[in-house]
Ligand binder design. Structure first.
Ligand code: MFK
Length: 547
């Protein structure tokens, strides 16, 4: 009988995760959350099947009806329609704001996101922005807007829950938003916005937070202000907003990302009539944390499929998993996942701590950790997805296996919400506020000091040495702006990888002490071999010649 390869399959996506169960046991404890996550782990498997069946359904924009009326209707995929209800019901945003678990609410929420989101075709995008909008509104002090919108955005009732977009990018740029051309004009008691938004993700949201320049304000980012736009009127018609087209993207194809023209769209000022970039920074911190968590959950899904494939696929007389080179390759990317997991969930923990008081040291650490976690995990997600689909051989390159999508979707993670380079510069800006580098070194040291197992000593020394090398480099480069900027990515990556290794060591010791086995310690040792310290002073002259 002819041979047919069995496709890779998923097991329960909580139980099979090598990091999440022990992290939850350590940082939340009890059985209740673990039971909830186990149930979601089965739902994730069910939706993975639906995802494969839904593969070819991209969102569709219909601009005109049969009678010539402009309607700009966006039809999302069937899975996205289901994801909307699922996300509300399981509290993918709401759980972060519920009070039962106090500061642990964020760990609870992002554990839910971690288990479910890889099966929901990047529905995480509107959820991230919704969460960011809640945090931004709560920080704005605008009680009328908080009272009206926060209950909608944090509802667990699918018939009530709203999502929010975040429109920052214009044709002038997505990184340097200071050049934004959208103008806000006063019209009686309200404002109206005029301009073009070039990338608006998930345009099916009910509202959006956006930047515009009130007429008469100065150029540059200080002249921008933060506005809230309700997209549709009571009849569901867009309010002076035209959808020019949907973007034709490499990945995240289910996300209806659009170009919009605002032609007098009614808007409400959120805070003051200026300083909009500063006003929207809570949004950036939250969506960048989502980015880090979705990077690790994407890695987890890629590894789950590549690992299962290795246990089903035979070549040269043995299962792939029993081939030393294949096992070595998988081990390398499993270690990347484990380190990335710790850093992303440390950011989550800090977010929760800050929302419940938090110390000055936690605040300094969080400000630097968010860009570091986003940029480090974004790059890891692409590398891991690429290696994981290669581990499935030719099947990994064939669209209807569903595997190539893992890489296409991962590639957005280092781009949106601030590219790797922009976030490297943001890391420098965060450290410039003072105290953040010391907080990072203290975090590395505390985790390393907690490890008593001899097998963790060498990785511990390496983490301490790498973070100190980075600190020494930045102290020296500080007075040379070009050298500092050119090395900013290697510097930020070294901080990220030192933190990942140290957090992994801290968690590995906890796992050894609490009956969760030696696997995390093995991940720490392997992570070290993948490389931690990236500091070097590449020649500026050579870079000019090469670029
Ligand atoms: C799965 C997850 C899904 C996520 C959904 C994604 C949907 C996709 C939509 C997008 O991709 S939207 C586009 C994303 N674009 C960005 O993220 C912008 C990237 N660019 C930056 O982050 C720039 O650094 C920035 C626009 C902030 C620079 O602007 P400015 O005007 O040159 O900033 P400036 O003057 O340095 O900072 C203004 C103030 O904000 C300063 O405060 P002070 O005046 O008090 O010093 C800064 O310290 C502060 N600030 C800037 N960045 C901050 C911040 N504060 C806290 N956190 C930050 N990250």
């Amino acid at each position: 009988m002819a041979f047919f390869q069995e496709p890779p399959r998923l097991g329960n996506q909580f139980d099979d995760d090598p990091m999440l169960p022990s992290w939850i046991a350590r940082h939340i404890g009890g059985d209740e959350v673990a039971r909830e996550l186990h149930a979601l782990g089965d739902i994730a498997v069910e939706y993975y099947g639906k995802q494969l069946a839904d593969r070819l359904n991209d969102p569709v924009l219909t601009q005109w009806d049969a009678w010539g009326n402009r309607i700009d209707k966006i039809e999302v995929s069937p899975l996205w329609r289901e994801a909307e209800g699922l996300a509300a019901k399981h509290g993918m945003v709401a759980a972060g704001y519920e009070t039962t678990l106090g500061a642990k609410a964020r760990t609870h929420q992002f554990a839910i996101v971690h288990v479910l989101s890889p099966s929901l075709d990047v529905y995480s995008c509107p959820l991230a922005m919704t969460d960011g909008a809640v945090r931004t509104l709560l920080g704005s002090g605008n009680q009328a807007l908080i009272d009206r919108y926060v209950p909608l955005l944090t509802s667990r009732d699918p018939s009530v829950m709203w999502t929010s977009g975040q429109w920052m990018t214009e044709r002038t740029g997505g990184s340097d938003v200071s050049q934004s051309e959208t103008v806000a004009r006063k019209d009686g008691d309200q404002w109206r916005l005029y301009g073009t938004k070039w990338f608006t993700s998930a345009t099916t949201a009910q509202m959006a937070l956006t930047l515009a320049r009130p007429e008469g304000n100065p150029d540059g980012s200080r002249g921008l202000a933060l506005f809230l736009v309700e997209l549709r009127d009571a009849n569901g018609r867009l309010r002076n907003i035209a959808v020019n087209r949907l973007k034709d993207k490499l990945g995240t194809r289910k996300v209806p990302t659009a170009e919009l023209t605002l032609d007098g769209a009614p808007a409400t000022l959120v805070g003051s009539a200026g300083d909009g970039v500063r006003a929207i920074t809570p949004m950036l911190s939250v969506t960048r944390t989502w980015n880090a968590v979705c990077a690790v959950s994407g890695m987890r899904r890629a590894l789950a499929l590549a690992g299962d494939y290795a246990r089903r696929r035979k070549a040269f007389g043995a299962l792939l998993v029993d081939k030393p080179l294949h096992a070595d390759t998988l081990a390398g990317i499993e270690a990347e996942y484990a380190g990335a997991f710790c850093l992303a969930f440390k950011s989550v923990q800090l977010l929760g701590a800050l929302e419940h008081g938090g110390t000055d040291a936690e605040e300094r650490l969080a400000r630097a950790l968010v860009p570091i976690a986003k940029l480090t995990t974004g790059k890891q997600a692409v590398a891991v997805a690429s290696e994981a689909i290669e581990a499935c051989g030719g099947a990994g390159y064939i669209e209807d296996t569903g595997l190539p999508r893992l890489l296409a979707d991962a590639q957005v993670l280092p781009i949106w919400e601030g590219t790797t380079n922009v976030l490297s510069l943001d890391t420098l800006r965060a450290l410039g506020k003072g105290g953040a580098l010391e907080a990072i070194i203290a975090e590395v040291d505390a985790n390393v000091a907690a490890a008593t197992d001899p097998g963790l000593a060498k990785p511990g020394e390496a983490a301490r040495a790498a973070v100190r090398h980075a600190a020494a480099w930045v102290a020296e480069a500080m007075s040379q702006p070009d050298r500092l900027e050119a090395g900013a990515r290697r510097f930020a990556m070294t901080l990220g990888r030192s933190l990942e290794l140290a957090l992994l060591i801290g968690h590995a010791q906890w796992c050894l002490d609490h009956g969760h086995g030696p696997r995390t310690a093995a991940a720490a040792r392997r992570f070290l071999l993948n490389g931690v310290d990236q500091i070097n002073d590449a020649s500026l002259e050579d870079s000019k010649l090469l670029a």
